[in-house]
Write a new protein. Structure first.
Length: 174
């Protein structure tokens, strides 16, 4: 199943010199909702997630499957003692239509970064709101890290299979 006929490709040189290639996912309809329900519902044990901004990185790992629910366009991801909400579909509870557009995911993209200070690369999914502010980054298994997030000497490329599968299905890129 492909969510887009043709994916948009964007390459960005990051301030640290690394290169990040983005493959956009359509934000129309319920595509992002379905993608995140699959990621957090089926693959919660393999990922880490949180906002990643200059000066702060929240790489949260789940120890149990989170409860997922939808209300007025918001996906709630609740692993128990805490939770978070992401506006991934139409939101009618906003004070104005403009505020609803700002809150909803305006861009979603799978990314691959080459270079960096921690490991030679990263494979993930990032969402931005209508102001262009990052909402969340999801990191998928990394071939340069083991299950305990310890660096390995030789990359295990099979660890990119989940990212490759989701990217092919939701961003239309193999």
């Amino acid at each position: 199943m492909r969510a887009m006929a043709e994916a948009t490709r964007d390459v960005v040189r990051e301030p640290d010199g690394s290169l990040t290639e983005y493959s956009d996912v359509s934000v129309a309809g319920d595509t992002v909702e379905r993608l995140l329900i699959e990621v957090f519902g089926e693959h919660w044990a393999a990922i880490s997630a949180g906002p990643i901004i200059d000066g702060a990185a929240y790489e949260i790992r789940f120890t149990a499957p989170p409860k997922l629910s939808m209300l007025d366009g918001y996906l709630t991801v609740d692993p128990g003692p805490w939770h978070f909400h992401l506006c991934v579909n139409d939101h009618r509870g906003a004070a104005t239509p403009e505020l609803a557009r700002v809150r909803r995911v305006a861009r979603a993209a799978f990314f691959r970064t080459d270079g960096g200070s921690c490991v030679p690369g990263a494979w993930g999914l990032r969402l931005w709101n209508g102001r262009g502010e990052q909402m969340i980054t999801v990191y998928f298994p990394n071939p340069w890290l083991d299950d305990d997030l310890e660096r390995v000497r030789e990359p295990r490329w099979e660890r990119t299979a989940l990212w490759e599968d989701l990217r092919a299905r939701y961003a239309g890129r193999a």
